[in-house]
Design a protein around this ligand. Structure first.
Ligand code: 13P
Ligand code: SF4
Length: 320
């Protein structure tokens, strides 16, 4: 990670994308959304031209799961990764859910199968299984309840037990364990983007940018979280910048976040201490346009998995 306050994009006004280059795709997508009665849900890590250009609802995984439950549309286009599209489908069985690129996965979701969950249950009998939403529908179906980085501690504590299995992110599990008395049995998965950050990165940031406020996502290793000033989900980081208005901030997470929120915080300078998620980056305006034109790349959930996977998400949404 080489921190800089410059961005690679040299056409960077704010937000960082060339409006003329994308105007045609944005206009086409807006027309297709009206024609198909479609809406675009976009995660906070999406490219700025998607986040600012065509998204109807933006947010962290928790907000997208909540909003997916309420949408009034025939078609949902998920500008995010595969597990987010599956979650949208679980909450909206009657709607068509499309993904601009079905290969947009997640290293966490790919780190565990339902058979692995069964093996964990056999090894630790009686412990409830808390599955991060960054899991496949198959793994959700094998779990008791889901959580996101925005509600993980509340979900774990809501179960009222002394010990839980929490999977698949070993770092999120360790970071939650540091905040609660509940004993947490982790799985060995990791986010390929956040596991790259080290405490030395934070030391260098503070040396190069004295006074910088460092916000880190809870998928980072615990030593990174300890070295940061604040840790929270992508939505919590955005709220922090909005509420505290730091003069200079480093978002230790996926790079697009800074581009997406810079416009709303002109008084804050963003230090680009970030890595790109290759899966999130697979989603493009052209991909969104294509699936709305062709109505392809539909995401479905195998019938036997539907009810148990939905139950795990609903149980999470019921936790305040
Ligand atoms: P949030 O729930 O914080 O948006 O995180 C999702 C994610 O995939 C982070 O890498
Ligand atoms: Fe998965 Fe990490 Fe990408 Fe988030 S940033 S989608 S956890 S690989």
């Amino acid at each position: 990670m080489t921190p800089t306050t410059d961005h690679e994009c040299d056409v960077c006004s704010v937000p960082c994308f060339d409006r003329d280059a994308v105007a045609d795709d944005i206009a086409a997508i807006q027309a297709l959304k009206a024609q198909r009665r479609a809406i675009v849900l976009a995660h906070n890590y999406q490219r700025p031209e998607i986040f600012h250009g065509v998204a109807d609802i933006v947010g962290d995984s928790l907000a997208l799961a909540r909003e997916a439950e309420k949408v009034d549309a025939d078609v949902i286009v998920m500008a995010g990764v595969h597990f987010m599209a599956e979650t949208a489908k679980l909450m909206n069985p009657a709607k068509t859910v499309l993904m601009p690129d079905l290969e947009a996965g997640c290293s966490l979701a790919e780190s565990i199968t339902a058979a692995d969950v069964a093996a964990m249950r056999a090894r630790y009998p009686g412990r409830p299984v808390v599955a991060y939403v960054n899991t496949s529908a198959e793994v959700k179906a094998a779990s008791d309840i889901c959580c996101t980085s925005g509600n993980a501690r509340q979900v774990v504590e809501s179960l009222g037990v002394p010990e839980v299995i929490m999977l698949p992110d070993q770092y999120l599990a360790a970071n939650v364990a540091a905040e609660t008395d509940v004993k947490i049995i982790p799985w060995a998965g990791a986010c390929e983007v956040h596991e790259q950050f080290s405490p030395l990165d934070i030391v260098k940031l503070r040396l190069n940018f004295p006074g910088v406020v460092v916000l880190a996502h809870p998928e980072c290793p615990p030593q990174v979280i300890e070295a940061a000033d604040f840790s929270g989900s992508t939505a919590r980081m955005i709220d922090y910048v909005r509420d505290h208005k730091p003069a200079q901030v480093a978002l230790v997470t996926e790079c697009s976040m800074s581009d997406n929120i810079a416009q709303a915080s002109p008084e804050t300078e963003f230090v680009r201490a970030c890595n790109f998620c290759p899966h999130m980056q697979r989603i493009t305006l052209k991909g969104i346009r294509r699936v709305l034109e062709t109505m392809t790349n539909e995401v479905t959930i195998p019938a036997p998995l539907f009810a148990p996977a939905r139950r795990a998400v609903e149980r999470m949404l019921a936790v305040r």
